[in-house]
Design a protein around this ligand. Structure first.
Ligand SMILES: Nc1nc2c(c(=O)[nH]1)N=C([C@H](O)[C@@H](O)CO)CN2
Length: 117
C-alpha cells in the first residue's frame, strides 16, 4: 500500500499531568505515516487526487492548539480520530513526542497505529 509521511512536524499544545505543565503550551513533534491509494494522483499529477499533506499538517496543528489533554495518548488518539474523519486514509501511524520533559532523556513519545474500520 502507498504511504505519505510527515516527519518532525512542530506543534504547540497545552498538555501534561501536573499543574506546572498546564500554565503554557508546550512544543510537541509529530511523525506521521498515512496509508492511502496514491495511484490516481501518480497518474494525474493533481493535488486534488491525493491527500494534501499540507492540509493534514494544518488539521493536526488545529487539534493540538485547541485541546488541553493530560496525556500524550489522549491527544494522539484525538488526532487519529480527526484524520480518519477528514481524509480518505486507510491506516495511520502517529508518533507524538514531547522533547526535553524528562531530566535524563532527550525525548519521550507514544506511537498509535489504527486501521479504518
Ligand atoms: N504514558 C505517559 N506517561 C506520562 C505522561 C504521558 O503523557 N503519557 N505524561 C506525564 C507528565 O505529563 C510528564 O510530561 C511530566 O512528568 C508523565 N507520564
Amino acid at each position: 500500500m502507498d504511504k505519505i509521511y510527515i516527519e518532525g512536524l512542530a506543534l504547540q499544545s497545552l498538555i501534561g499531568v501536573y499543574d506546572w505543565e498546564r500554565t503554557a503550551p508546550r512544543p510537541l513533534l509529530v511523525d506521521l505515516c498515512l496509508w492511502a491509494d496514491l495511484r490516481q494522483a501518480a497518474q494525474s499529477d493533481k493535488v486534488a487526487d491525493t491527500i494534501d499533506y499540507a492540509k493534514v499538517a494544518e488539521c493536526l496543528e488545529q487539534v493540538a492548539a485547541s485541546s488541553s489533554f493530560e496525556l500524550l495518548e489522549a491527544l494522539a488518539s484525538c488526532m487519529l480520530d480527526r484524520l480518519f474523519a477528514e481524509f480518505p486514509v486507510l491506516k495511520v501511524s502517529l508518533k507524538l513526542s514531547k522533547p526535553d520533559i524528562l531530566a535524563n532523556a532527550s525525548n519521550v513519545a507514544v506511537k498509535l497505529t489504527r486501521t479504518r474500520t
